[in-house]
Write a protein that binds this ligand. Structure first.
Ligand SMILES: N[C@@H](CCC(=O)N[C@@H](CS)C(=O)NCC(=O)O)C(=O)O
Length: 217
């Protein structure tokens, strides 16, 4: 069994990998690297992931990056049913979700969370938000639409996609984001089911996330 160490920052997209590892029953360690404190840019972390992003999963002496790849690896490495194995379409659906979350949903938060990554002049940030806020709202509503009638993202079975969805649900609960987000009843129901799982709270607590600070980090 390889030795697994996840590098995670509280509330970052790494939370999905953290919960998936906890659900998987695989032995693993977590190394907390706080983005807010700039720890992702220290020499020590850049030796792990020169790209300076979270998450990274150390697998013995190799490092795997990208949330989707890590979730896929965890799903394939456990005997717990976290990723469809033998059904090509069901497996592709899992990747359809994960790719949508990585490439579209995650990025839709950028004008609000990290405008400085997109444009240098802070005077232009409001212009960025003019397009960014409706785009975020529309993207999140698309997540909700895709969850219509579903117990979990993939239907009846919990999978690595569900904790990934939870990351962005938690981001939506931030006091500064709530006003820009529509009601999303399908997603709320899936998120509540995910919150009800023991593994979820074990990881949230480890990252210092509590019901009291979830909206106001
Ligand atoms: N495409 C990467 C994105 C990784 C990423 O940007 N992670 C964020 C945290 S959610 C990060 O490391 N941010 C540090 C920064 O550049 O400020 C993935 O899906 O893993």
């Amino acid at each position: 069994m390889p030795q697994l160490t996840l590098f995670a920052s509280p509330r970052a997209c790494s939370l999905a990998c953290h919960i998936a590892l906890e659900e998987s029953g695989l032995p693993y360690d977590v190394n907390i690297v706080k983005i807010r404190e700039g720890q992702h840019l220290t020499e020590e972390y850049l030796r792990v992931n020169p790209w300076g992003k979270i998450p990274a999963l150390k697998i013995d002496n190799e490092v795997l990056t990208e949330a989707q790849a890590i979730l896929s690896y965890v799903g394939d490495s456990t005997t717990v049913n976290l990723l469809p194995r033998d059904n090509p379409l069901a497996r592709a659906r899992a990747h359809e979700w994960m790719n949508f979350l990585t490439a579209t949903v995650h990025i839709a938060f950028r004008p609000l969370f990290k405008p400085q990554y997109l444009i240098r002049d802070p005077a232009l940030f409001p212009q960025l938000l003019e397009l960014g806020i409706p785009n975020l709202r529309k993207t999140l509503l698309e997540v909700d639409r895709r969850l219509t009638g579903k117990t979990w993202a993939l239907g009846d079975s919990y999978s690595v996609v569900d904790p990934y969805l939870l990351v962005f649900w938690i981001w939506c609960q931030r006091e500064d984001i709530v006003p820009h987000v529509a009601d999303m009843p399908n997603w709320r129901a899936v998120a509540e089911r995910t919150f009800a799982r023991e593994a979820t709270w074990a990881c949230l607590e480890r990252e210092g996330i509590t019901p009291d600070n979830i909206a106001n980090p």
